[in-house]
Design a protein around this ligand. Structure first.
Ligand SMILES: [Zn+2]
Length: 125
C-alpha cells in the first residue's frame, strides 16, 4: 500500500526502465537536493512537467537549505525564494509571498519534503 497522499500507477516496462536508468545514473546529484527514493525522483520529474505547463517561463535551478533558486525567462533573471523559519515562503525579487515564483517553489517536491521534515504547514498561495 502506498503512503497516505500517494497513489500507485502501472507503466510499461520501457517507461519504468527509462526512469530507473536515469535514477541510477543521477541519484547522487538528486540526493544532494533531498530526493532519496526512485519514487521521489519520478514524482519530481512529473511535477516539473506539470509546472512547465503552468509556469512555462520558470525553471527550477537548485534548492539549498532555506532557499530555492528559480530561473525566470520572462525577465531573464534568477529569482531567490526564501523558506523562512516561520513557514512563510518569500520572493526576494517581488518582495511578496503570493507571486508565481513562490507558487512554483512551493510546488516542488523537495520543498514540500523540507516543510514536512520541519513539521511546517505548506502555505496557501
Ligand atoms: Zn516573485
Amino acid at each position: 500500500m502506498p503512503y497516505k497522499g500517494w497513489k500507485t500507477i502501472t507503466v510499461k516496462d520501457e517507461v519504468y526502465d527509462y526512469f530507473q536508468g536515469r535514477w541510477l545514473k543521477e541519484k547522487d546529484e538528486y540526493r544532494e537536493q533531498g530526493i532519496t527514493s526512485f519514487s521521489g525522483f519520478v514524482t519530481k520529474l512529473l511535477f516539473e512537467m506539470i509546472k512547465q505547463e503552468e509556469f512555462p517561463h520558470l525553471r527550477h535551478i537548485n534548492t539549498y537549505e532555506n532557499r530555492v533558486i528559480i530561473g525566470d525567462r520572462r525577465t531573464d533573471s534568477i529569482v531567490l525564494v526564501y523558506l523562512r523559519e516561520d513557514g512563510v515562503a518569500w520572493c526576494d525579487k517581488d518582495e511578496e509571498k503570493n507571486c508565481d515564483h513562490v507558487k512554483f517553489a512551493l510546488s516542488l517536491p523537495q520543498v514540500q519534503e523540507a516543510y514536512r521534515r520541519k513539521g511546517l504547514k505548506i502555505p496557501e498561495t
